[in-house]
Write a new protein. Structure first.
Length: 259
């Protein structure tokens, strides 16, 4: 799975820095659910999103699930969320109140504030570069990193195998009717094929000393420079500013505390 080309400054940075910035933005916003912190974070993220260098088509296609999930979550919270304040609509299990509408707005902004930077930052990440950074910079176990990388590389083959199985079964006239029966049979065949390919891949990796003890060498050095540090600092600054503004205006609403 090759990353889409990005011409922005952020696209050329280390994948570990992108991961750190995304976590720095997301984790503090999980603590509270209020529209102020999410809105402030979303506004501060705009320069970061523009610096990724994605074209408008790439941006909207990649973030389309978020633009569907955010309104859907907001509507659900508005109809069935915690009731407080004035009640506007009440019918059976549906109860729209002032509090549920505020929670719906906070949920909508929160999904976008957490999801947009995570998606945009990882569009230009190459799995091999990410694995190099996790092993060399974060110092995760090489066996775990390389195994995960091999698994990610196999994801593209699963789609190809599914199409090949469908064409082969159609050519033989097998399961021409019954979508559920056909899908279950193909899923089982794909499962067996994946186990066989995984066993062959594991044997090949062991033969190439991927599981050997001791430190291993890397074909490409993963560098973490000053620009990468600035990206992580920007992520921390965005979340800290959002929380500070929320607390200052009295909108801070901790999830574990009273609503």
């Amino acid at each position: 799975m090759s990353p889409e080309a990005g011409r922005g400054v952020v696209a050329r940075l280390n994948p570990v820095a992108k991961l750190g910035a995304a976590l720095a933005i997301a984790l503090p916003l999980v603590v509270t659910i209020d529209p102020v912190s999410a809105l402030v974070a979303l506004l501060l993220e705009l320069p970061l999103l523009l610096a990724a260098g994605l074209s408008p088509r790439q941006f909207w296609l990649r973030t389309l699930p978020l633009w569907i999930a955010a309104p859907a979550s907001a509507v659900t919270i508005a109809l069935y969320g915690a009731t407080s304040g004035e009640i506007y609509v009440e019918w059976l299990f549906v109860r729209v109140s002032e509090g549920s509408l505020m929670l719906a707005l906070a949920t909508f902004l929160r999904v976008l504030a957490i999801g947009l930077p995570a998606v945009v930052l990882f569009v230009t990440v190459d799995p091999t570069d990410l694995a190099d950074g996790l092993a060399q910079i974060v110092h995760l176990p090489a066996r775990f990193v390389l195994g995960a990388l091999a698994g990610m590389r196999m994801l593209g083959l699963l789609a190809d195998d599914w199409r090949a199985l469908a064409l082969a079964r159609r050519a033989r006239g097998v399961a021409d009717t019954g979508r559920i029966r056909r899908a279950s049979g193909m899923a089982f065949a794909l499962f067996v094929l994946s186990i066989r390919r995984g066993s062959s891949l594991a044997t090949a990796m062991e033969a190439r000393a991927f599981g050997a003890p001791g430190p291993r060498t890397w074909a490409r050095e993963s560098r973490f420079g000053i620009e990468d540090v600035l990206l992580v600092v920007a992520g921390v600054a965005i979340s800290a500013t959002a929380l500070a503004v929320s607390i200052a205006v009295g909108a801070f609403n901790p999830i574990l505390g009273p609503a």
